[in-house]
Design a protein around this ligand. Structure first.
Ligand code: HAM
Length: 426
């Protein structure tokens, strides 16, 4: 019985009283992405499990430990998406978006699902805003996309986040790095967690972001990838940094960033803050030059990022950032009797054609109770309709804040007149 009145662990309701915060970040993120030429894409909430095994990587924590996977009624293995990139790549390939003019720039809002131990800033269902750019090899793409995140934060007036960048090279430099990592971890082999013992052979870089305390400790003195970059990868990274410098975007190089997903190549980055729980990362992303091909498309580079919106709001709250104001009822029209209430219903309908939030009594309340309700919902204006008002064709529009009253004709062009009055007040 108790279960059905409790949201599942690690999920949160986004309530009407806070929805203006969500609208603020969603509007800014979409608007900024559109100024960079990104168009919105919406992909399914679940995909075939193989997509994430291939795309995100079989040795990642996300795939090995955190996916919500189940068999559907026909026995197909289905997974709720743990992240947005793989689904967007799948959709871009399947729908021929990669045959259109390149670069193809896409953005999305999505729910993601990861079976993690919930804590502050870490949920089992969370929202991401993400961007994926296909077919842009230049390091300017990396810098420009990082700049997009920076612009979003700037528009939101956020300043308690910092940017950390790294390069994890291409498969060639990575092969040499893997050897160095294997040699390093060999000495601790017996102490590693079981998953990492197995990862050591298959994908030693994954040991660096293992969440177990003991493996985490060994990562601190492990060799760093920057010492193993080939000339091309090094030049690419240098140009990303110099372009960021020219854009006056501050960053630090953090050679420990490897990201928790397998598809990355070259530039990786994270925006971190100490106001979003133990996790700290508000936004993460990077280049993924092999992913499109891995998922069955043509060889085509990719670059993208995703920001966790719950974490972003935590950081904004901590900094007391301003949000767009919550929407408010513009006009409540009360009726003194059932005939007047029915008349009020026709008037609010007219107002809604102008986009006003207008309400009348649909409960059957007394006039006093209607006015109490108008107060409770914080209506900006109210009007009382009775036999007199209907017969005379005019009523008083009351400003609920100042108490000021204005007589308005309730006949033809009622909504137009109210519109001009309210516009004047604004
Ligand atoms: P990610 O780093 O796994 O990257 O997730 C991106 C962001 O989602 C994180 O920085 C964080 O803000 C948020 N996030 C992740 N897990 C949780 C959680 N359990 N609870 C709350 N928020 C969370 C990706 O997902 C990549 N697909 C990003 C990307 C796009 N790379 C290239 N393109």
């Amino acid at each position: 019985m108790e279960l059905i009145t409790k949201a599942p662990k690690g999920t949160v309701d986004k309530l009407p009283s806070e929805i203006n915060k969500w609208h603020t970040v969603e509007e800014v993120a979409a608007k900024v992405a559109e100024t960079y030429g990104c168009r919105e894409i919406r992909t399914p909430t679940f995909e075939h499990t193989e997509l994430f095994q291939r795309g995100v990587g079989g040795t990642t924590d996300v795939v090995q430990k955190e996916m919500y996977t189940f068999n559907d009624k026909k026995g197909r293995s289905i997974t709720l998406k743990p992240e947005g990139t793989a689904g967007v790549v799948r959709a871009a390939i399947e729908n021929g978006l990669l045959n259109e003019a390149l670069p193809q720039k896409l953005y999305y809002f999505t729910s993601c699902f990861r079976y993690e131990a919930p804590q502050s800033g870490r949920l089992r269902e969370f929202r991401q805003f993400g961007v994926e750019i296909f077919g842009a090899d230049s390091p300017i793409c990396d810098a420009e996309t990082i700049c997009m995140v920076n612009d979003i934060f700037r528009f939101l007036e956020l300043d308690n986040v910092s940017l950390e960048i790294n390069s994890i090279g291409c498969p060639e430099c990575r092969a040499k790095y893997h050897e160095a990592l294997k040699a390093y971890y060999e000495q601790y082999k017996d102490q590693l967690c079981d998953t990492c013992k197995e990862r050591l052979e298959r994908n030693p870089m994954r040991l660096l972001d293992c969440k177990s305390e003991i493996c985490h400790g060994f990562a601190e003195n492990a060799p760093i990838i920057l010492d193993y970059l080939c000339d091309n990868c090094e030049t690419h990274f240098e140009t990303v940094k110099s372009t960021l410098d020219k854009m006056h975007i501050k960053y630090t190089v953090n050679p420990r960033i490897v990201r928790g997903l397998d598809y990355y190549t070259n530039t990786v980055f994270e925006f971190v803050s100490d106001s979003c729980g133990a996790q700290g990362t508000v936004c993460g992303g990077g280049r993924y030059n092999g992913l499109v091909e891995e998922i069955g498309g043509k060889p085509l580079s990719g670059f993208g990022f995703a920001m966790g919106l719950e974490r972003l709001l935590m950081v904004m709250d901590a900094q007391n950032c301003a949000y767009s104001p919550a929407k408010q009822c513009d006009l409540y029209i009360a009726g003194t009797d059932p005939t007047s209430s029915a008349y009020a219903a026709t008037l609010v309908r007219q107002l809604r054609q102008y986009g006003f939030w207008a309400e009348c009594d649909i409960v059957g309340r007394s006039l006093k109770a209607q006015m109490k309700y108008a107060d409770k919902i914080n209506a900006r204006f109210s009007m009382v309709l009775g036999e007199n008002e209907i017969n005379s064709g005019s009523a008083e529009l009351k400003n609920m804040k100042t108490g000021e009253k204005l007589t308005v004709s309730i006949g033809d062009n009622f909504a137009e007149k109210v519109n001009s009055i309210l516009m004047d007040i604004e």
